[in-house]
Design a protein around this ligand. Structure first.
Ligand code: TYD
Length: 211
């Protein structure tokens, strides 16, 4: 959401993942600032994807089924990838996304019990295979994170602490299975401390951000 960054090549795509209340959005914003990257989030990032977000997170629709939820997340992502992420990367700018496909694998695949393989296939279609260069997992105790959420919960957060626990376990196993694609950062501590850890971890893996 700021001016141009040109590395002379395709930009780098960095995703942030974590349970609800992990401080992920704050940290994604701070990294995007230091990298002079385009900051975006899921579900969202484009007008159409944001309309889908409003629908899929609306607590007024408890009747939304798990399959519908998975399809809406994937639809929002398809638009986001084609309209915003790919053109930005192609212009040479880095992109930082607050959540991406792993959120669907964790929340819909495992949390809602639809199965990781099925959700992975659905998302391979939605994204035309676009994967992050690096995913940062902000790892925090799910019970403490949930207590930070307050009372204004969206439809998915309302599904309860049990879903939150399964999601966090799931992220940890994705990171353990693909250490070349994931970096786990301890999300406990002050915003500044966590931001320094994130910055160090990302630059170690991808090199520096914008000069
Ligand atoms: P958001 O308000 O962005 O919360 P957070 O700060 O925790 O990221 O809400 C996004 C919610 O949508 C969050 O509960 C996770 C959920 N979600 C999915 O279930 N599947 C997905 O693919 C994505 C992108 C998000």
């Amino acid at each position: 959401m700021s001016s141009s960054t040109t590395h002379g090549t395709r930009g780098r795509f960095i995703a942030f993942e974590g349970g609800d209340g992990s401080g992920k959005s704050t940290q994604a914003g701070l990294l995007a600032e230091t990298f002079d990257a385009t900051l975006t989030r899921e579900p969202g990032g484009t007008i159409v994807s944001t309309k889908i977000r409003e629908l899929v997170l609306d607590p007024a629709h408890p009747e939304l089924t798990a399959r519908t939820e998975a399809l809406l997340m994937a639809a929002a992502r398809a638009q986001h990838v084609e309209e915003l992420i790919v053109p930005t990367l192609e212009s040479g700018r880095d992109v930082v996304s607050d959540r991406y496909v792993a959120s669907s694998l964790a929340y819909q695949g495992v949390g809602r019990g639809l199965g990781v393989d099925l959700i992975a296939d659905l998302n391979a279609f939605a994204t035309a295979g676009l994967e992050p260069d690096l995913t940062v997992l902000l790892d925090t105790d799910p019970v403490a994170a949930r207590s930070r959420l307050g009372d204004d919960l969206d439809r998915i957060e309302e599904a309860g602490a049990d879903l939150g626990l399964r999601v966090v376990e799931c992220y940890r196993s994705f990171a353990a299975d693909a250490p070349d694609k994931w970096v786990v950062v301890d999300a406990n501590g002050s915003i500044g401390d966590v931001a320094s850890r994130v910055h160090a971890a990302v630059t170690e893996r991808l090199g520096r951000g914008a000069p």
